[in-house]
Ligand binder design. Sequence first.
Ligand SMILES: C[S@@+](CC[C@H](N)C(=O)[O-])C[C@H]1O[C@@H](n2cnc3c(N)ncnc32)[C@H](O)[C@@H]1O
Length: 276
Amino acid sequence: MFRTIKLLHPDYVRGRIDLTSLQGLKLSLRSLVFLKKNLTNLRKGHLAFISKLVGVKIHYLEQYLAELNRNTSFFESLEQQYLSVWPSHRFYPHFFETNYPSKGGSVFFQSVTMYLLVRAMRPNVVIETGGAGGKSSTFILQALKDNQQGRLVTLDLNPEATGRLNSEYSWWPQGQPSYFLVPDNLRNRLDIRLGDAKTNLPKLLEEIDSFDLFRHDSDHSYEHMLFEFRAAWPMLRDGGILVSDDIRANTSFYEFCQEVDREPVVSLQALGGIQK
Ligand SMILES: C[S@@+](CC[C@H](N)C(=O)[O-])C[C@H]1O[C@@H](n2cnc3c(N)ncnc32)[C@H](O)[C@@H]1O
């Protein structure tokens, strides 16, 4: 061990061994340690966000996360759905995808937050706005399945209104309906409402007595976000949770928290939440 350190010290090796490659090695080792430390901190910070929001110990969240990571058939079916429409889609090993935030390369991290929230809260009714291809919906549905209770009502625009039917939406796989990613075995708890949330959210809220968890991820304009928060809050049960993606898009989330006199809980990943 001591010998290795001595060997890696530039003063010791100067002039004897190819210094450039050793320094390169030292640098990359240092950046790996730095990266690992940073990612671990991000992960811990993120679990702390959920723990604070729901009032569940981090220890339980770690268990739910471990359970998700062990569920290889879930990841296999999700990857199959992705690859069937985007054959060149690149996946990181799923442990990385679920444990580290998007800046670390994950496409799943935000959705994993929803999985953990749903596991920890055990809701009966979850409402989500902005379902798109169904990535976040799939994680919510898997959590409901693991809880063996609850349903998801998810709102997105009609395909005609999204531009997905023509070339405006270049990344959308041609001919695929909304929520195309949701595997068949998770659809029994899924209720999709297509149309503008401005009309469909109030309509839905008239239908139900109350609900447990609300997630905004649709139109991130100031007016629309405020509209959704104000519409959803009165029907959210006491103790229920409202979370919003992209709270940095404008000040609506913070203004709403003031309006309802709640202290926001905010994650590093631009997610915010409050408990009623
Ligand atoms: C950021 S994407 C949602 C991503 C999704 N949650 C996921 O995890 O993949 C935003 C979605 O909001 C939808 N959207 C935008 N404005 C909307 C509105 N007024 N009502 C309902 N959905 C809307 C868009 O069609 C789009 O699919």
